[in-house]
Design a binder for this molecule. Structure first.
Ligand code: NCD
Length: 310
């Protein structure tokens, strides 16, 4: 059974089978990344535009490396050097790029839902590299692959997500993906940073304290406070935040002894996590980054129809 979607905008739109297919393709793509010559002809002749309206280190580099490993041609555009600074609308930028016949546009944008808007206007594939506080599907997929690497499964796991849930597109994609795959997600954060009604997204429990969320957890995912999306600050100060919602070697002991610690990056060391935990034995943070390349190779491959170049 193949992948039927032209775009990947949100894990909410994918079935459990779609997610399984993307993860298993990423597992096989990984082998290419450990070769001496890390390149296959799979997407030869395809053109991919990375259109990033927001800052990015990991996601943009990872999509570019993924495309290059599959032999696609890539072009990167950032707003500071594009005509967005001259007042061009998103739709006009997209239509102009489309005139150059790209096969995929990978876009990051501050406006939630901007990818749905574009996908109605342009026929080429669109991959969401993060839209506002809505979704970040490649991060959700790479998180699931990293968890599956350790436990061999995703069902029946207790996954705690701690921090600024309201403004986190990573949290939304993780919740959508993990609950579809059978995990139980426990959330904790300051009341101003937990959206009302989030339990309705699936097998999700909102905990009054961080302690309850991480108690006996298999996985602890920590989030950065998305100050850039909050408008006004929603917490008294970083020290107080860290006292109630920061992960340190002491409170990590509440989780299962072999619990894995994850973070999408960028990390504010000493705020949401102590350096002991970031660099500690239970941290899988760099493994997430490593898996990101294979996951993005799988996404590019499947939106292009999942066929090999001759
Ligand atoms: C996240 C993002 O941009 O949503 N980072 C990432 O893509 N790895 C999380 C964040 O910015 O805190």
């Amino acid at each position: 059974m193949g992948f039927k979607h032209k775009d990947i905008i949100a894990l909410r739109d994918l079935t459990k089978e779609d997610i399984e297919l993307l993860i298993s393709t990423a597992e096989s793509m990984r082998e290419i990344n450990s070769r001496d010559i890390k390149k296959v002809p799979t997407l030869r002749g395809k053109t991919i535009i990375n259109l990033f309206y927001e800052s990015s280190t990991r996601t943009r580099t990872s999509f570019e490396i993924a495309a290059k490993r599959l032999s696609a041609d890539t072009v990167n555009i950032s707003p500071s050097t594009s005509s967005a600074t001259k007042g061009e609308t998103l739709a006009d930028t997209a239509l102009n790029l489309l005139a150059m016949k790209p096969d995929i546009i990978v876009m990051r944008h501050a406006v939630s839902g901007s990818h749905y808007f574009l996908s109605k206007k342009i026929p080429c594939s669109i991959i969401n590299a993060g839209d506002g506080a809505h979704e970040h599907p490649s991060q959700g997929l790479l998180d699931m692959l990293t968890i599956k690497d350790k436990f061999g499964r995703l069902d029946g796991l207790k996954v705690a997500i701690v921090g600024d849930i309201t403004h986190s597109r990573v949290a939304r994609s993780d919740i959508q993906g993990l609950t579809k795959m059978g995990s139980h997600v426990f959330l904790a954060g300051p009341p101003t940073m937990v959206p009302p009604g989030v339990e309705k997204l699936g097998n999700v429990t909102v905990c009054p304290t961080m302690k309850e969320a991480i108690q006996d957890a298999d996985v602890v995912i920590m989030l950065r406070i998305q100050q850039e999306r909050q408008g006004k600050t929603l917490m008294p100060n970083a020290r107080e935040y860290s006292r109630y919602f920061g992960l340190n070697p002491e409170n990590l002991k509440l989780a299962k002894p072999d619990a894995m610690v994850m973070h999408p990056g960028p990390i504010n060391r000493g705020v949401e996590m102590s350096s002991y935990v970031v660099d500690g034995d239970q941290s899988h943070i760099l493994k997430q980054v490593e898996n990101g390349v294979a996951v993005r190779m799988a996404m590019l491959y499947h939106v292009c129809g999942g066929e090999l170049a001759e």
